[in-house]
Design a protein around this ligand. Structure first.
Ligand SMILES: Cc1ncc(COP(=O)(O)O)c(C=O)c1O
Length: 405
């Protein structure tokens, strides 16, 4: 650090230089990311609330009202208006919170023969530590790596369920992994690598039957599946309308067009937040359930503004356009002699070359300026057709793909 500061002009000259080395979504060259160009309305709202700290909501009461409204809007979108939750940094934090709520709830034994009493959660008591060892979570093999972080942080054993031929979680495999120590089962609505939607309705039945917490990771699909269904797609149910679903991750900074970092975690009822709450002696509120303390209100403002501004109609157009471009891309990939590894369910396309290795294809595309990614299971070139991609980007990409074949 310099002894004496440099001028503003110099600072921004340096910043422009750093910026030049970054890729931009706007260029249309980023094809393997789940982030996108933030919408201008979200950016404006974000900058208006850059000083608000939802870790101390008594000082930022307007922002807190907005967070409550955003959570209610998200809940309504996902089948239950009166949910609880928070706007946080992203899918990783949301998934960790969900696993923490599940683990803590498991540790709590309701007074009346193990039943949770949501009306009066003061009636709960904690089991002896000897009874709560070796706890486990069952996640699909396709689950995001954030569950590995959650398992590590919360001292839970991660048990990975096999996938079926369609790369969705195999229900028999989930069933076989459930034990007396299972604190949560996870289903995914829009897997990271292939955009697949697990059979959440079946998982919900299974978890209700076995009285196990079911978390749905809809970080990617949460902001598109409901809108796609409204415009005529037929994607499976995955939300709180299924009684067994206890929590949902939904990321506004993915298909919701919000600036980074903006994630969302929703719980069916407030008992799940209560089991995580810690006393906060010097703040305006007595207790806090989030992992982080200081927490930006700007992400909340951006999400509130975007949901109000775009409305259902706006998000239907965004999700619908991504699916149209996904179809254009899959058609072009087939016509260029490449093979899809599976039919896309959402806006993610995975393909291989019958002649070249994946790395060869990825390198050749990179030489032409395309940033694709490679999925791990199954191994394939993976393209996420995010809202920053336009028809001309897809056409240009397909032209280059034909040339490298
Ligand atoms: C399904 C899913 N869950 C969670 C995450 C983690 O989200 P973040 O990177 O915002 O923490 C991702 C990220 O791609 C994801 O695809």
């Amino acid at each position: 650090m310099e002894d004496k500061g440099i001028s503003k002009d110099e600072v921004f000259k340096f910043l422009r230089n750093f910026k030049k080395q970054d890729m931009t979504h706007r260029s249309g060259r980023i094809l393997g990311s789940m982030c996108t160009c933030p919408h201008e309305v979200g950016l404006k709202a974000y900058s208006m609330f850059s000083e608000s700290n939802l870790g101390d909501p008594g000082l930022f009461q307007g922002t807190k009202i907005m967070e409550d409204e955003v959570i209610a809007m998200l809940g309504e979108l996902l089948g239950k208006k009166d949910v609880c939750g928070h706007i946080i940094t992203g899918g990783t934090e949301a998934n960790i919170m969900a696993m923490r709520a599940a683990r803590n709830s498991f540790r709590i034994n309701a007074l009346n023969s193990g039943e949770r009493d949501n009306q009066n959660s003061s009636k709960i008591k904690v089991l002896k530590p000897s009874k709560i060892k070796n706890l486990e979570i069952v996640v699909p093999k396709s689950a995001h790596f954030s569950f590995k972080k959650a398992a590590d942080m919360l001292c839970l054993k991660l048990r990975e369920a096999e996938l079926d031929d369609n790369y969705c979680v195999d229900l028999a495999s989930v069933d076989s992994l459930i034990s007396d120590n299972t604190v949560a089962v996870v289903g995914v609505a829009g897997t990271t690598e292939l955009g697949k939607v697990d059979a959440i309705e079946e998982l919900s039945k299974l978890c209700l039957e076995k009285d196990i917490f079911l978390h749905v990771d809809a970080a990617f699909g949460g902001f598109s599946i409901p809108f796609l269904n409204e415009i005529g797609y037929d994607l499976p149910k995955f939300d709180f309308s299924l009684e067994g679903v206890c929590s949902i991750t939904i990321d506004p900074h993915k298909m919701g067009l919000a600036p980074i970092p903006t994630g969302g975690i929703l719980f069916r009822d407030k008992s799940y937040l209560e089991v995580m709450s810690i006393e906060t002696p010097y703040l305006t509120e007595d207790r806090q359930s989030t992992i982080v303390g200081t927490r930006t209100g700007a992400s909340t403002a951006a999400t509130w503004a975007l949901m109000k501004y775009l409305g259902k109609e706006g998000y239907q157009k965004v999700a619908g356009k991504c699916m149209e471009l996904t179809n254009l891309l899959t058609q072009g990939i087939r016509e260029s002699g490449f093979e899809l590894v599976t039919e896309p369910q959402l806006n993610i396309v995975a393909f291989r070359s019958p002649k070249m290795s994946l790395w060869e294809v990825a390198d050749k595309l990179e030489e032409k300026g395309w940033a694709v990614s490679i999925s791990s299971y199954p191994q394939a070139i993976r393209i996420v057709v995010m809202p920053h991609l336009k028809r001309e980007h897809i056409e240009e990409f397909l032209d280059d793909l034909k040339k490298i074949k």
